[in-house]
Design a protein around this ligand. Structure first.
Ligand code: SAM
Length: 216
């Protein structure tokens, strides 16, 4: 679900940039990555995360996706070293990622899963596109924050089928994403890194999309 204008103001603000910068430093501390990785950011918004990922992890390539073409236009406006060979901006729904299985070393989510009608499907897709041993770096927030008395009136988010920490952490485990120690969680949200487990002897460990997709 696209953001409305009050949330757009927030995500495009310098304060949001400061918060994302601190989060990226935290990600790096929890799990650093070798240079040259293939990364995907889902729900990239105006693209601040792209620069932070590049600076922190020096990847070979970052694919930055968002469902909102206006956000992608904004993100693509900035010229970055390496040009389109290094950063690809695409309009894509995080619930149906246009990538083959096991092609990414890392997927970044700066607060977008709570925008998905089917957030479990989003998590399933992240696990699907990650290589074994790949990292899922995330900031996610809970209804105690975005659906409280004030923000419920100000912002737009799906209302059904929401998650708190227990459901979110369980959903990661269901698709073979192991939460690394050191994550930070409060009743408002969670910040952490999870790693895709599994070995080559156990193909299909993730099961089918139907199994984990929420009923709605
Ligand atoms: C709260 S904003 C976060 C933007 C950016 N990641 C940040 O931290 O500033 C949520 C973003 O997710 C995008 N979004 C919402 N639903 C989506 C979907 N189904 N697939 C991909 N992106 C989506 C919105 O367009 C918006 O840019």
């Amino acid at each position: 679900m696209k953001v409305n204008w009050p949330e757009r103001l927030w995500v495009n603000s310098p304060v949001r940039l400061f918060v994302q910068r601190q989060e990226t430093l935290f990600f790096k501390k929890v799990r650093d990555m070798e240079a040259g990785a293939q990364c995907l950011e889902i729900g990239c918004g105006r693209g601040a995360g792209i620069d932070l990922i590049i600076r922190a992890f020096n990847p070979a390539r970052v694919d930055a996706s968002d469902i909102d073409p206006a956000m992608i236009r904004l993100a693509a406006r900035k010229k970055r070293p390496g040009g389109i060979a290094r950063v690809l901006h695409i309009v894509a729904d995080a619930q149906y990622l246009p990538y083959p299985d096991g092609c990414m070393d890392a997927v970044f989510n700066y607060g977008i899963l709570h925008h998905l009608e089917d957030w479990r499907l989003g998590i399933w897709e992240i696990a699907r596109v990650l290589k074994r041993g790949g990292g899922f770096y995330f900031e996610e927030i809970y209804p105690s924050l975005y659906a409280n008395f004030l923000f419920r009136r100000l912002l737009v988010h799906p209302r059904e089928n929401r998650f708190q920490g227990r459901e979110y952490r369980a959903a990661l485990g269901d698709v073979g994403l192991k939460l690394l120690p050191g994550y930070k969680e409060s009743r408002f949200g969670i910040l952490g890194v999870a790693v895709k487990e599994g070995d080559e002897d156990q193909p299909g460990r993730l099961g089918t999309k139907e199994k984990v997709s929420s009923a709605g």
